[in-house]
Ligand binder design. Structure first.
Ligand SMILES: NC(=O)c1ccc[n+]([C@@H]2O[C@H](COP(=O)([O-])OP(=O)(O)OC[C@H]3O[C@@H](n4cnc5c(N)ncnc54)[C@H](OP(=O)(O)O)[C@@H]3O)[C@@H](O)[C@H]2O)c1
Length: 269
């Protein structure tokens, strides 16, 4: 079983505005391209301008609509500024995908630095809180919307030495369930997608960090992590896209407060 050729769900997002955070590479980039290809006017945010401009061009060259915003989402003032620009230019969004996330420190708790902890909380959790808080009023005015928070397998099954990251990803699940209760009556659904071991640069970096933390070689660390999947595979980023396309659409109209594992079977609860 490999990550090759996962087909993409043929769901239409014509006339929808979709915002994806953390989109200059990895899963966010695939999400931005995928929602644009599905017909959405897709807005996306990250820090690296050149990568975002490249993505904007790729989307435009494919005949789709995309608009990049450059911001450090670990800075609350920058999040607020981007939201203000989006609300001015687009009158709100139909779908918000809080994808931005950093791995944070991989270290024993005694050696985990406060600035690493704080940065992880700001980027992974506070940015999602701020984006939701800022965009919900316009969603209510539009008569509803859908929020998809990209969590992690570590939001349910933690790895040793990743306390900051697990705290944010478990926090995202708690926030999503709370907001599903709170926003459901306004027609706003809130769900989480929990990926594991998605093929790409980030997974390669995590393999390296885990090898160091476990005191094993890179190949041994990869083998140990892949052995946790009954399918013995990494997950394709398109598999995350598919679940996000489904969850944010009317096909999932009666799903809210859910956390959907896309982990090649690494966890089953
Ligand atoms: N890959 C996996 O195996 C995996 C597994 C479980 C969960 N996840 C979750 O899935 C999400 C995406 O992961 P990924 O693997 O695609 O990560 P990635 O390849 O590291 O990409 C992260 C994206 O977020 C942006 N970003 C990081 N810090 C930012 C900041 N302060 N402000 C604005 N943008 C920022 C990065 O762009 P810039 O550097 O240009 O800002 C990049 O576009 C994350 O929430 C992650 O925790 C991933």
């Amino acid at each position: 079983m490999t990550t090759a050729s996962v087909p993409v769900l043929p769901v239409s997002y014509e006339d929808k505005v979709v915002l994806v955070t953390g989109a200059s590479r990895g899963i966010g980039r695939v999400l931005a391209k995928g929602f644009a290809a599905a017909g959405a006017r897709t807005l996306f945010v990250a820090r690296r301008k050149a990568e975002l401009e490249g993505l904007e061009k790729e989307i435009a060259d494919a005949g789709h609509a995309g608009r990049a915003y450059v911001a450090d989402l670990g800075e609350p003032a920058a999040v607020e500024a981007v939201l203000a620009a989006i609300l001015k230019e687009h009158d709100g969004v139909d779908v918000l995908i809080n994808n931005v996330g950093i791995a944070g420190p991989t270290a024993p708790i005694e050696d985990t630095p406060l600035d690493g902890w704080n940065e992880t909380i700001s980027v992974n959790l506070t940015s999602a809180f701020l984006a939701i808080r800022g965009l919900v009023p316009a969603m209510k005015q539009r008569g509803g919307g859908s929020i998809v928070n990209i969590g992690s397998v570590n939001g349910k099954a933690p790895f040793a030495q990743r306390s900051s990251y697990a705290a944010t990803k478990m926090g995202l699940i708690g926030m999503s369930r709370t907001l599903a209760l709170e926003l459901g009556p306004s027609g706003i659904r809130v769900n989480c997608v929990l990926p594991a071991n998605v093929a790409g640069e980030r997974a390669d970096e995590i393999f390296a960090a885990q090898a160091k933390a476990r005191g094993v070689t890179l190949d041994e660390a990869k083998g140990q992590i892949l052995a946790m999947s009954p399918l013995r595979t990494q997950v394709a980023p398109e598999s995350i896209l598919n679940v996000a396309l489904f969850l944010a659409s009317d096909y999932a109209r009666h799903m809210t407060g859910q956390d959907v594992n896309v982990t090649a079977g690494m966890i089953m609860y």
